[in-house]
Design a protein around this ligand. Sequence first.
Ligand code: GAR
Length: 197
Amino acid sequence: MLELVVLISGAGSNLRALLDAARDAEYPARVVAIGADRDAEGLDLGEEYGIPTFTVPFTAFATRQEWGAALAEQIRPWTPDLLVLSGFMRLLPHDVVAEFSPAIVNTHPAHLPEFPGAHAVRDALVAGVRQTGASVILVDDGVDSGPIIVQERIPVEPDDSESTLHDRIKHVERRLLIQTVLDIANGTVDLKELARA
Ligand code: GAR
């Protein structure tokens, strides 16, 4: 059974999908803690699903390094098999990546390496592309630059707004994330091998 710590910054709708998947006794992963860098709406899921939460506000620290050290201190006691960044909108400092690597995955609402960063859906719309996508990647020190574990194309419709497109992308992201965690648990995806490649 994989024990997951999930980090969020927002609504946590992808986290909810993972929590629902994990309610199935056959699903080989459980969320043991939920962490956030701010007072994120998705922290309410902790109460709803009976899972401990912690918050390490980015703005309360003088440097990214200090914030990262405090975040790692909160994560460490859970000894997670896998850290899942699910809508976590902060770049982890090198020390945190190094401590938990290669067992850190991130979901991203674009077909990486296209549209990395915090505004992937808006950027795809502004670029006028006919299709974008969803990706689950291994986290490295860069911005959405780690090895791709799985990704899928999603068409952009002519009348799409940022929110309609993002909603469609999130549906795919949820499926990819749930499958990725399953694949990591059953050994189909080998994070160490991916990190070496
Ligand atoms: C998701 O689309 C996730 O991929 C994205 O934030 C959304 C979180 O939604 N993450 C990034 O853009 C990271 N660069 P949620 O809080 O409803 O799950």
